[in-house]
Ligand binder design. Structure first.
Ligand SMILES: [Zn+2]
Length: 327
């Protein structure tokens, strides 16, 4: 696979890319008890090794996120090492995404951080931008970032849109909505996510939305119609709605396909000949190939490229993501 000297990656979660050893190191230095003595034990708990569910995959984050969240050095290290790991796989351009609130520790009701402290979502974005800037330079790679709202936390989304605006000059290129597939059908004026995406749109911030992953095609439709999405995270189930799919083809909506992830979350059939990616390829859709969450899926970009090869894609059909970077 080394002939892919100029790889590009558009859908990879920063907090889904932590090195197991880094989690163990930081846990030790912060005095946080982990039930794992070594990488093997850590992986036994964290890696989803057979087709499971999106819910199970998201649950794995609960094991290691408390070690990173609310710790300035940990956040910096994870982001810096992300640059090194991407460069090691010959990735030349990557957009990594994360939710600043999940790594902060200022909120009364914290999702992951063990103790309340003074690292705000804004501080998190500043730390990550610093690390990505340094890492980009040191490892000769271009690393940009995308800030994620979370489907279950609509009250965060507007602040995230504002952070995207503020940190645009520091390499934040877009806003995303992540987590479980969001529920379609909520009116835009009652939906804080939709309002935040409108703010992003008005400010010229790019938009991508996780939709149609394990949820219905309707989610893709909402993302396009009410959230101004230019790219769709996953989007596999768009093929279930022929009219919508044809419209996406016509408008060249970009699908961020994550082959290994799609199978492990059981979002698609294990029968690769039925994978929506093959329809995307054959129908001339706009797509890219990505890893999603390497620490949980135990994959790297070469594994996802291999999966594409198994499906019969040519090198040119795999390396196609360059056509839709948010820059
Ligand atoms: Zn994702």
């Amino acid at each position: 696979m080394d002939k892919f000297e100029y790889k590009v990656e558009l859908h990879v979660h920063l907090d889904g890319s932590v090195r197991p050893q880094t989690v163990l190191d930081i846990a030790k230095s912060r005095g946080i008890h982990m039930p794992h003595e070594n990488i093997e034990e850590f992986k036994r708990d964290v890696v989803v090794d057979k087709p499971s569910t999106l819910e199970a995959l998201l649950k794995c984050f609960r094991i290691f996120m408390p070690v990173i969240a609310g710790c300035k050095d940990a956040i910096y290290r994870v982001a810096y090492e992300f640059c090194e790991d991407s460069a090691k796989h010959n990735i030349k351009y990557v957009e990594t995404r994360y939710c600043p609130h999940l790594l902060a520790n200022t909120a009364e009701k914290r999702e992951y951080a063990i103790e309340r402290g003074n690292i705000s979502p804004r501080d998190v974005v500043d730390i990550v931008c610093n690390a990505l800037e340094k890492g980009s330079k040191d490892f000769n790679i271009t690393v940009k970032s995308i800030l994620c709202g979370m489907t279950h936390r609509p009250e965060w989304s507007m602040e995230i849109a504002e952070l995207c605006k503020e940190f645009k000059s520091r390499g934040v290129v877009a806003i995303d909505l992540a987590g479980d597939d969001f529920e379609p059908g909520v009116e835009p004026d009652e939906c804080l996510h939709k309002q935040a995406f409108k703010v992003a749109y008005d400010a010229g911030i790019h938009r991508t939305v996780h939709a149609g992953e394990n949820g219905p095609a309707e989610g893709v439709k909402e993302a396009l119609e009410h959230m101004y999405a230019e790219r769709i995270g996953h989007g596999y189930h768009v093929v279930d709605d022929e009219n919508l799919y044809q419209k996406c083809l016509k408008d060249q909506v970009h699908f961020e396909v994550c082959p290994c992830s799609s199978i492990k979350t059981s979002s698609v059939s294990t029968d690769l000949s039925k994978h929506p990616l093959l329809r995307f390829v054959n129908d001339g859709a706009n797509y890219s190939i990505n890893t999603d969450d390497p620490v949980v899926l135990d994959n790297n970009i070469d594994d996802d490229y291999s999966k594409c090869k198994e499906m019969g894609l040519t090198d040119e059909q795999i390396i196609i993501g360059w056509y839709f970077i948010f820059l």
